[in-house]
Design a protein around this ligand. Structure first.
Ligand code: NDP
Ligand code: PYR
Ligand code: MG
Length: 761
């Protein structure tokens, strides 16, 4: 069976091909290493390497703690596996585990700004594995062991904890236990149960299962009420087959022998075994208001749909992101290590685990502020059966969990560098949140709640087809592919793309019944601009941009995306023939630059060549409007080469006048200028101008002209390592986005999502 077939049937939100493409596009894999120091001059080289490097070497040799000051150690975690229990897929070897380990390394970075590297160790021999890892200690601030089968993982972790002086944490054990415990705390509250009397059955007796039941017993569960099952059934006292010391420690006195028998009347079931291990009959036999955590990955023991078929009183959680209540260790490991690293903890102890579980549980009970609500699919979440635990994109996690973990480490004496100012620590934690994740996530989540029909004007292009499928699969709405159907199907067939799936609509411009309506509409717009009816007819028949823009203009689609086959300004001219600016608005382009720790909007990066003062003021208003719609409080800097009159010059005069115009318009956002880019972006430099009206570094930069806008955003991207999205077109009466001709399918999907987002505003 080809590798992809195993998962094809089960992945609803992404296709197997998409998953392979995602991993192979650009640089293969999901990680790269980038230096934090410039290595530009002979001096840099002398400092970074010989002879300068000898100085920190000697300092560390004298005082090992200084390694945290002079090297990456303090923020570096290794994700280490031998691939013997990869998710619920079984023992597929060290190499096959690499995508998962790279994935965890990326999640460390994205969610908690922890640097991380994956290490796949090719041995199933426990001693060899331990020996390999123990000597790596000096490189890292912590070790995340992953996907190592039980019982080997228990021996490995125990031994490494003894011999290493940094946190060693097998995430499948403790990460899972922490998240499951948090979900359980809330599910028990909702069903009016308590820890002492609740009866729980855990199917699976491996790494995750043993750790989960150990943690819940530590939190107050009565051992007699916890029954463990494995492939041989119930683990009862006296059983000999398939046993080990870790299972024996949890064996109970009971006559029940099968999972089905164990589940009769049970309050809670934890599935930490394999796909499909729970049947409908088993769930039917559980107590009223049962709690079902089917946590096997990628496919749960039983799906929420299957449970819903037989009972409506259950609280159900899975390990997947495409169902409510995702009980997955991704909610824990980035933040737990963040807290542990920040206090240089020597270990991650039970108090720290329980603190993390409790912090997570209480977050779900808190009222959700607006910016957090945006991170949630569906409506604003309210504590209840469908929301017992926060989602991984919840922006509060980065402050709440590390804080709880760090405090517990300090209270239990394992923090080697206690934090004095916890308030300042909280602010630092929030600043670590990666804006890329939150900005795009907010857009995607909003669109999922109000799906939109987006026409992909260049539907015959293969990357456009892929983007359309990704758009539909992510439940953003209907993707309308425009083009000749036979050509599309030919390409789709050749590339293995399935166009006959929900959410994909093909519109063949040549045979469309709407050609007449679009031609009439276009002719009415162009007849006094030198065009004959025949010209309008030709544009509709032969040009996809005009056809697509007319679809949007006449309400047959909510928005459009184009740009792959034609340069930006030509595509823009095509659209302008069909769609006007919104009354009282000006069409401009805004690029979103996502830089480390901050997001900056840059305007106008698409339309006005050398804007007048009046136009610059309009651009400021449009860009500030977009910033607000994206959830930011705009602080607009009107940029120039000079700052507040120095050095003076005609070009700065134009920008200064734009500020005067904004003053007269009494706009309702912060703005000031003219100012140079360093004044706008660096609060220390801004302090030299105490009269400046911006309350902090600018997040919207209005450029004095198109050339400076275009040059600076491209330089940011190429030299500054920033991700630049856009330019996004704003100010049109209908929602249109144009991508660059070099756009990849992920860029096209992002722009389609943005088009859909704007269509809903
Ligand atoms: N949602 C989450 O965050 C996480 C989920 N998991 C999931 O938990 C599962 C187990 O992972 P892990 O503990 O690391 O793996 P292990 O290999 O350590 O343990 C697997 C356990 O599952 C048991 N098992 C397998 N199939 C069945 C079955 N059909 N019925 C009963 N028991 C069965 C095995 O029984 P035996 O001992 O008899 O071989 C073994 O005890 C995986 O599906 C994994 O994806 C794991 C970590 C995190
Ligand atoms: C999520 C995870 O770590 C697992 O399923 O193994
Ligand atoms: Mg795992």
């Amino acid at each position: 069976m080809p590798a992809t077939d195993k998962t094809d049937r089960t992945m609803t939100s992404v296709t197997a091909q998409e998953a392979l493409d995602f991993h192979s596009q650009g640089r293969p894999g999901k990680l790269e290493i980038s230096p934090t120091k410039a290595m530009a001059t002979q001096r840099d080289l002398s400092l970074a390497y010989s002879p300068g490097v000898a100085v920190p070497v000697l300092a560390i040799a004298e005082d090992p703690a200084t390694a945290y000051d002079y090297t990456t150690r303090g923020n570096m975690v290794a994700v280490i596996s031998n691939g013997t229990a990869i998710l619920g897929l079984g023992n597929l070897g060290a190499l096959a585990s690499k995508p998962v380990m790279e994935g965890k390394a990326v999640l460390f970075k994205r969610f908690a700004d922890v640097d991380s590297i994956d290490l796949e160790v090719d041995t199933e021999n426990v001693d060899e594995f331990i020996n390999c890892v123990r000597f790596l200690g000096p490189s890292f601030g912590g070790i995340n062991l992953e996907d190592i089968k039980a019982p080997d993982c228990f021996i490995i972790e125990q031994k490494l904890r003894e011999v290493m002086d940094i946190p060693v944490f097998h995430d499948d054990q403790h990460g899972t236990a922490i998240i499951a415990a948090a979900g359980l705390i809330n599910a028990l509250t909702l069903t009016g149960r308590d820890f002492k009397t609740t009866k729980l059955v855990c199917n699976g007796a491996g790494a995750a299962a043993i750790a989960c039941i150990e943690l819940i017993k530590a939190m107050g569960f009565n051992p007699e009420n916890v029954t463990l099952c494995d492939t041989k059934g119930v683990i009862f006292q006296g059983r000999t087959e398939g046993m080990n010391q870790w299972k024996s420690a949890h064996a109970v006195k009971t006559d029940r022998r099968t999972l089905a028998e164990a589940l009769e009347g049970a309050d809670v079931v934890f599935g930490l075994s394999a796909k499909g291990a729970l049947s409908e009959d088993m769930v039917r036999s559980m107590a009223p208001r049962p709690i079902i955590f089917a946590m096997a990955n990628p496919d749960p023991e039983i799906t929420p749909e299957e449970v819903a078929r037989i009972r409506d009183d259950a609280i159900v959680a899975t390990g997947r992101s495409d169902y409510p209540n995702q009980v997955n260790n991704v909610l824990g490991f980035p933040y737990i290590f963040r807290g542990a690293l920040d206090v240089r903890a020597s270990t991650i102890n039970d108090a720290m685990k329980i603190a993390a579980a409790e912090a997570l549980a209480s977050l779900a009970k808190e009222d959700v502020p607006d910016d957090v609500a945006a991170a949630y699919q569906g409506n604003r979440p309210r504590f209840g059966a469908q929301y017992i635990i926060p989602v991984p994109f919840d922006p509060r996690l980065i402050s709440a969990i590390p804080m709880a973990v760090a405090k517990a480490a300090m209270e239990t004496g394992v923090a080697r560098k206690p934090i004095v100012d916890l308030e300042a620590y909280g602010r630092q934690l929030s600043a670590r949140r990666d804006p890329i994740a939150s900005t795009l996530q907010r857009i995607y989540e909003r669109v999922r709640r109000q799906p939109k029909r987006i026409v992909f004007a260049e539907g015959e292009e293969v990357q456009v087809m892929r983007s359309a499928i990704a758009y539909a699969n992510q439940q953003l709405g209907t993707a309308i592919l425009l083009g000749r159907e036979d050509r599309m199907r030919e390409t789709a067939e050749r590339e293995g793309i399935d166009l006959d799936r929900p959410g994909i609509q093909i519109v063949n411009a040549r045979v469309s019944k709407r050609v007449g309506a679009y031609t009439d509409y276009l002719y009415a717009r162009l007849q006094r601009k030198g065009s004959l009816f025949r010209d309008a007819q030709r544009l509709i028949n032969n040009d996809r941009n005009h056809f697509a823009a007319c679809m949007v203009a006449l309400g047959d689609a909510d928005g459009m995306v184009t740009g792959i086959t034609r340069n930006y300004s030509t595509a823009l001219d095509d659209v302008r023939r069909c769609i006007d600016p919104k009354p009282g608005h000006r069409v401009i382009g805004v690029s979103i630059a996502l830089c480390r720790g901050r997001t900056v909007l840059v305007a106008d990066t698409a339309v006005h060549d050398m804007p007048s003062s009046e136009e610059l003021a309009d651009i400021a208003e449009e860009a500030a409007g977009l910033a607000k719609r994206l959830g930011y409080v705009p602080r607009v800097a009107m940029l120039a080469y000079s700052t507040f009159g120095h050095p003076s010059g005609e070009r700065s005069e134009r920008v200064r006048e734009a500020v005067n115009i904004l003053d007269k318009r009494r706009v309702d956002f912060e703005y000031d200028g003219e100012m140079a880019a360093d004044v706008a972006l660096n609060s220390r430099v801004m302090e030299q101008y105490p009269f400046c009206r911006l309350s902090g570094p600018a997040n919207v930069l209005v450029m004095p002209a198109f050339h400076s806008a275009s040059i600076s955003t491209k330089m940011l991207q190429e030299l500054g390592g920033s991700t630049v999205i856009g330019p996004l077109l704003v100010g049109f009466d209908k929602s249109v986005q144009i991508v660059s001709m070099s756009a990849k399918d992920s860029d096209i999907v992002n722009m389609a999502a943005i088009a859909a987002y704007n269509a809903g505003m």
